[in-house]
Design a protein around this ligand. Structure first.
Ligand code: NAP
Length: 290
């Protein structure tokens, strides 16, 4: 590694823990903080410093990385971190947020003295653990080299979408990608439910698709989780997917666009979350049909 950085990872859930671990593997000096402190414990064994609070985590950090549930959590945690922030540190904001949240977070960055890099990621638990995420990022050219060692540690590749992190170009691309992910996952659930109801073997259905243009590896993965009941631990939890589904519906509505499918998928995810399946993989949307 060329540059050893001090990195603070705020949020060590499914994705944040994997990202912190890859930063440690790349030789960076990593401080971790999570609301439920128990989740940072395994990272200490990998060499992370467990911070007592967000301000303690970001002390002397060159780069602050946020991987929290939503924009409200990001705002709350960055405000709590503010007393410890070194002015001019870079902020890699990887939490999936809404189009309307981006300018609010950009203003917050200005208030607390952070240089914002909008950096949502594509890829789930396994690519995160392998350091193979696709990072969708927006930041001025001058700022990019300062965060490149962090983005290289967490991802296989970075797609730069723009110079202005406040303009939300990376978030817009992320929401478009997630609209496809959520549609495909819900379609997998519905096709299994329909096959079962019509007494069709799901494997026979896959046999029809075999090798053709509609034979998606993603469909097979999600069908495997449903039929094998491998819904826990989640790669992408129902509760997180429903948050993103609503961000997609909001983004479309903001443009005067009506996405009937996306609205229905958001409603399905709300319904299964209400069945107590909020922590299961989003493939559990299958149960919305039952
Ligand atoms: P997760 O495992 O549920 O982690 C969520 C994190 O947010 C946890 O650290 C949680 O803390 C924290 N949090 C929630 N509310 C908070 C609050 N009010 N204050 C402080 N911390 C709070 O979810 P994840 O799958 O890692 O997802 C994290 C982000 O990445 C989300 O924005 C998600 O949309 C995005 N994303 C996920 C995937 C995926 O496949 N999983 C892929 C790409 C992007 P506690 O542990 O204390 O609850």
């Amino acid at each position: 590694m060329d540059t050893k950085l001090k990195v603070a990872v705020l949020g060590t859930g499914i994705m944040g823990a994997a990202m912190a671990r890859n930063l440690l593997r790349a030789g960076h000096d990593v401080a971790v903080w999570n609301r439920d402190a128990a989740k940072t414990e395994p990272l200490a064994a990998d060499g992370a410093r467990r911070a007592t609070d967000p301000a303690n985590a970001v002390e002397a950090a060159d780069v602050v990385l946020t991987m929290l549930y939503d924009a409200a959590a990001v705002e709350e945690v960055i405000r709590a971190a503010a007393p410890g922030i070194r002015a001019g540190a870079a902020w890699v904001q990887s939490t999936t947020v809404g189009v309307r949240d981006v300018p609010v977070l950009a203003a917050l960055a200005g208030d607390v003295g952070l240089d914002l890099v909008e950096a949502p990621v594509s890829g789930t638990r396994a690519p995160a653990e392998a350091g193979q995420l696709l990072v969708l990022a927006a930041a001025p050219d001058a700022l990019r080299p300062r965060v490149a060692p962090v983005l290289d540690a967490i991802g296989a590749r970075t797609i730069w979408t723009g110079q202005d992190a406040a303009a939300g170009s990376a978030t817009r691309l992320k929401l478009v990608v997630n609209s496809w992910v959520i549609a495909a996952s819900n379609a997998a659930g519905e096709v299994v439910a329909l096959a079962e109801a019509l007494d069709v073997d799901p494997q026979q259905f896959l046999g029809v698709l075999d090798g053709g243009g509609l034979d998606l590896p993603y469909l097979r993965t999600k069908m495997g989780l449903i039929t094998g009941q491998g819904l826990e631990p989640a790669s992408f939890a129902v509760d997180t997917a429903r948050k993103d589904a609503h961000l997609i519906v909001d983004a479309a509505a903001g443009q005067g666009l009506k996405l009937d499918g996306a609205e229905a998928f958001a409603a399905r995810l709300d319904r299964v979350a209400g069945q107590g399946r909020d922590k299961q993989d989003m493939a559990a949307a299958y149960y919305a049909s039952r």
